[in-house]
Design a protein around this ligand. Structure first.
Ligand code: ZN
Ligand code: ZN
Ligand code: ZN
Length: 360
């Protein structure tokens, strides 16, 4: 009978490094990924970023009392335990605008890494050393639409070769883990004694005390999981191309009392949008904080994402987010709520007529 090599602790779980060929241009390629490949220095000069065009007017919109009240009534009715009284009957005493700017910078980049991979050999084409291997950044790939994350894996041409399977040492089989290679194990019914209830012979194992291992059909070994019993594996380099949209947001502080994380749920009025290969920090914008944030983020993005990856496109957007603080009186009590964003979202932490929800 076939005698498989005994596993544990001997069998290698990872292929030895010596199994992989030395491929020029791919020296950093690892087993298991992480082989990181900086893009080559471009041979033609990079286009310089250009200052954006002049801005439209920075009008500040405001909402009417009617809009504020409608939004508030909708808000109260969406909460099961808010009575509608304050929203419907509260008397608005004051409305103040605390509109703010949100600056967003997106950098869309492409990065490439390589790793040695393997699969059972079934007669696939073997092309190692038949031609020069193209450099990792010379392999063409179809980029997705800008600003959309995507990953593509490409087998690097002329790197595929056939090797003996390291896991089974080319035998095609590996010992069954369930029976430790024996092909049988202790009978679970009689626990190995061969007898039940005194002198009754165990009918499950016919008194043998052992039963065939069902996992390997009594053979003691199974097809090697690495080569699927083929004895040989194909090894090759995979190139992983990752397109990533890096997104950073800066919101100008405002003193309304509305917490800033509320604003991530709403959109604003787009005041400025600039999409280019490399953007230039916004200039001439009336709010100095936005200009400062743009300078900082553009500098950080271009430093961070041009070393490890290739920047394909950048986009910067300034939005004006309307925020209105509404003060009102209800049953002699003075309260406030906020209406913000294009969606007229409402925040009212001190809503005066909540009934049941004291659940914690
Ligand atoms: Zn077995
Ligand atoms: Zn038995
Ligand atoms: Zn194998």
């Amino acid at each position: 009978m076939f005698a498989p090599p005994m596993s544990d602790p001997g069998a290698p779980s990872a292929p030895p490094a010596s199994m992989f060929d030395n491929v020029p241009g791919y020296e950093g390629t690892l087993i298991g990924g992480g082989g990181f490949l900086p893009p080559p220095v471009p041979s033609v000069p990079m286009p310089m970023p250009e200052p954006g065009h002049t801005h439209p007017e920075w009008n500040i919109p405001s909402i009417t009392e009617e809009t504020a009240r409608e939004a508030f009534v909708m808000f109260a009715s969406s909460k099961c335990c808010y009575s509608s009284g304050p929203a419907k009957d509260g008397v608005i005493t004051r409305m103040d605008a605390f509109n703010t700017y949100r600056y967003r910078l997106e950098t869309f980049s492409e990065s490439r890494s390589t790793e040695w991979s393997q699969e059972p050999y079934n007669g696939q084409p073997v092309d190692a050393f038949t031609q020069a291997v193209p450099g990792p950044w010379d392999i063409p790939a179809q980029a997705p639409a800008f600003f959309n994350d995507h990953t593509q894996v490409i087998r690097v041409p002329y790197t595929s070769s056939v090797k003996n399977c390291y896991a089974c040492v080319g035998m095609g089989r590996s010992p069954c883990k369930d029976c430790a290679g024996a092909g049988n194990k202790v009978c679970w019914v009689c626990n190995g004694s061969g007898y039940r209830h005194g002198d009754d012979r165990c009918s499950h194992c016919n008194g043998r005390g052992r039963e065939n291992c069902t996992h390997c059909s009594g053979q003691g070994s199974r097809a090697c999981p690495t080569c699927h019993g083929r004895r040989q594996i194909l090894v090759f380099i995979n190139l992983k191309i990752k397109w990533t949209n890096h997104n950073d947001v800066y919101v100008v502080e405002q003193a309304s009392g509305l917490k800033v994380d509320n604003l991530s749920k709403v959109s604003g009025k787009e005041m400025y949008k600039d999409t280019q290969y490399l953007v230039f920090p916004v200039s001439g914008f009336p709010d100095r904080a936005v200009v400062g944030a743009s300078e900082r983020l553009v500098r950080e993005h271009q430093a961070n994402y041009s070393q490890t990856s290739r920047i394909l496109q950048q986009r910067q957007i300034i939005e004006l987010i309307p925020i209105t603080k509404v003060s009102y009186m209800w049953k002699g009590k003075s309260c406030v709520y906020f209406v913000f964003g294009n969606e007229f979202k409402v925040s009212a932490d001190d809503y005066p007529a909540k009934c049941c929800c004291t659940l914690l």
